[in-house]
Design a protein around this ligand. Sequence first.
Ligand code: AMP
Length: 224
Amino acid sequence: MNILFFGPNGSGKGTQGRILKDKYNTPHIESGAIFRENISNGTELGSKAKEYIDKGDLVPDEITIPMILDRLQRDDCKNGWLLDGFPRNKVQAEKLDESLKKAGITLDIVVEILLDREIAKNRIMGRRLCENDNNHPNNIFIDAIKPDGDKCRVCGGALSARSDDQDEEAISKRHNIYYDDNTGTLASAYYFKGLAENEGQIKYIILDGKPGVKQVTEDLISKL
Ligand code: AMP
């Protein structure tokens, strides 16, 4: 299965993405996580990306597009992949489509999570990262996944917040990019929605991101 996942930052995209990753046993490729890994490993790519990420800007396409297209060519992607955080603008969508068609790879599923901007912003500001596993969900504003004091609710690890999650200006910039249906991320989701309508082989699934994690998961599973 080859899957694309869209949703504003704070919509639970990462959490729901992991459900699909486990169901279809695909690698979960998160562009933001690749950048963060490079930043913590002190690579050249990481230091280039950091200046954009901290401001809430997109890392330039010349860096991001080859990084993701190369990643999709690795062995672990031979039987499918789940892409999360890419494409983020229309140019990336067109390049991805072009490169998949060239390689004879079909896209199977596109998921779009709907969530309004104000709710997404509060969720972002409340989320905390566990030192042991970034996939442990912790959010100080969501009862179901509230940390255990200042420790991870899953493993008791120390928690921290992403610096770009605490900066309202950076969040607003990231959301401006996401909700832009002209050239931004929604434009790239709608690009694939158009392909789903015209070419027929892509299943385009829309989820309401407002309810709790469990309900969104149930909705996702029922629509697959
Ligand atoms: P995320 O973890 O998806 O919120 O991404 C964190 C940051 O990484 C974003 O705010 C961007 O600065 C950068 N980033 C992630 N994915 C992309 C992308 N597809 N194109 C450009 N920049 C990206």
